[in-house]
Design a protein around this ligand. Structure first.
Ligand SMILES: [Cu+2]
Length: 114
């Protein structure tokens, strides 16, 4: 007579000794999830000013902004059409050659470090 009892069948249920207190239930949706905005107002940020020449309209500004924004390390770019002022915010000092290349990529523009 076979009396093999698989060990797995011997169920060990954890003791449910603790009484379950009914806690007050909050059915309000939670709007307080933490938001993971990168803090660009940190004190470690560096801003560098440049002058971009050759921009004639808002599209130029958009192109230059887009290209410079894509440069590694750049956190923020503010380009003003009038005067060709460009302010680049970055965590570390930027390589001017990278900025120059990005501006050239955007179109027929030239950039000078202020
Ligand atoms: Cu334009």
């Amino acid at each position: 007579m076979e009396s093999y009892i698989p060990l797995s069948s011997i169920g060990r249920t954890p003791p449910l000794a603790q009484p379950q207190h009914h806690q007050r239930q909050n059915h309000q949706p939670q709007h307080h999830q933490p938001q993971h905005h990168p803090d660009q107002n940190g004190s470690d940020m560096t801003t560098t000013e440049y002058t971009v020449t050759g921009m004639t309209c808002g599209h130029c500004v958009a192109h230059v902004t887009e290209e410079v924004q894509a440069v590694p390390g750049v956190a923020d770019v503010q380009v003003t059409l009038e005067g060709g002022r460009m302010v680049v915010t970055s965590a570390d000092a930027l390589d001017f050659a990278a900025i120059e290349a990005a501006v050239a990529e955007a179109g027929e523009y030239t950039v000078a470090a202020n």
